[in-house]
Design a protein around this ligand. Sequence first.
Ligand SMILES: Cc1cc2nc3c(=O)[nH]c(=O)nc-3n(C[C@H](O)[C@H](O)[C@H](O)COP(=O)(O)OP(=O)(O)OC[C@H]3O[C@@H](n4cnc5c(N)ncnc54)[C@H](O)[C@@H]3O)c2cc1C
Length: 409
Amino acid sequence: MKIIIIGSGPAGLMAALTAAKDKDNEIILFEKSSSVGKKLLATGGGRCNLTNTLNINEFYPKYGKQGRFTLSALEQLSPTKLCQFMLDIGIETTITDGFHIFPKSGSALDILNAMMAEINKQNIKIILNTVVEKLIIKENKVYGIKTDNQEYVADKVILASGGKGYPKLGGSSIGYNLAKCAGHTIKELLPGLAGLVSKEEWVKLCTGIALRNVEISINLPKYRKKIEQGDILFTHNGISGIPVINLSAEISTLLLKNKTVPVRVNIHKNITVSDWQNIIQKWRTKSGKKTIQNLLCEYFPKKISKLFSLNLNIESKIAAHLSQNEERKLIDLLSNTIINIVKTEGFSKAMVTRGGVSLKEINPKTLESKLLQNLFFAGEIIDIDGPCGGYNLQWAFSSGYIAGKNFEF
Ligand SMILES: Cc1cc2nc3c(=O)[nH]c(=O)nc-3n(C[C@H](O)[C@H](O)[C@H](O)COP(=O)(O)OP(=O)(O)OC[C@H]3O[C@@H](n4cnc5c(N)ncnc54)[C@H](O)[C@@H]3O)c2cc1C
């Protein structure tokens, strides 16, 4: 069978290797960039957070409402099977913190090199610097593809062209347009896993400051339950860090209908309101002559302590003189700081794309189009995205695996 794969990301490479198990298959993989797997190389800061330790029943709900769609792919190539696949091609993996799984060497390049070494042993041809511009379609069947100067026929075409984020690593809309021209519905494309831009000026004054052990949630009634935890970073225009970017796709969606989206930040998640009351009481009795600003420095960076004291007009107030009302306001600020988000950092810095080819039009067991015969999808082009933690690479590999498999035609 002649198989064409569009895109050399983890989904396309895995599809090629799976398809190559059938020695009768002739596989051509097209990549518009000058090299393969550019985004894969950048994953996990170059270390590649492949997947994590959750079992598949805990894993699939992390993709949100769409999660059930991934179940079939995850059953066929689970996180455990992915690690075994990596081991089989010479890559040992390691669990770094009881949860995240990385290659033991800490190098995404090793993964790409190992996959490419396997590709080079198989009947797989890679054509670089070539954009697939069109799918050849006749009577609800895909017969091949067109580049700018040539047509290629195929019995099966796998569209693994990835998302729109990080254009410098290959992100683009071309694949979505191919799917759209083939009649597929594209769910609105929005930036996911991106930093957030805030309205507040004080946030910008904190550029470069990191806060550990923060709790952050969208401050709208329906969203309060979804709390993200971890370390956040103040950037030149807002906030970033894993708990922040994990909320960004949701916030992108909310910003379609709201000018701003408030997020609530508890800037020290391990200190409760009653803990703060006790701490302030101690400050009054034991450190009464010290300023609140200085005392806050025991818990937060100097800049934050200063800005919070300024915000409440207590910058030179000593602990002994702090009124009950000021104490209440201070505790509220420490555990319920509101930051208004006006936008995300956009597709240029979005690690994933929310939206994509509608799940209703794809068979979850084979990833074949329900609209056109011989057309398959894999990876981020499909309307699936997950949070940080290896969920997106696992999806790319699992979906590539089943899209590359030979099913009955
Ligand atoms: C900086 C960064 C860090 C990340 N870190 C992690 C992480 O640690 N763990 C994790 O799980 N996820 C991570 N992700 C997300 C993950 O990299 C993606 O979800 C994953 O790469 C998607 O795989 P894919 O194969 O679907 O698409 P891609 O990797 O985007 O590959 C698609 C390829 O198709 C090519 N292409 C597109 N259109 C055409 C066309 N018409 N013709 C020819 N070629 C085409 C593109 O050039 C691209 O090379 C990270 C993303 C970024 C940007």
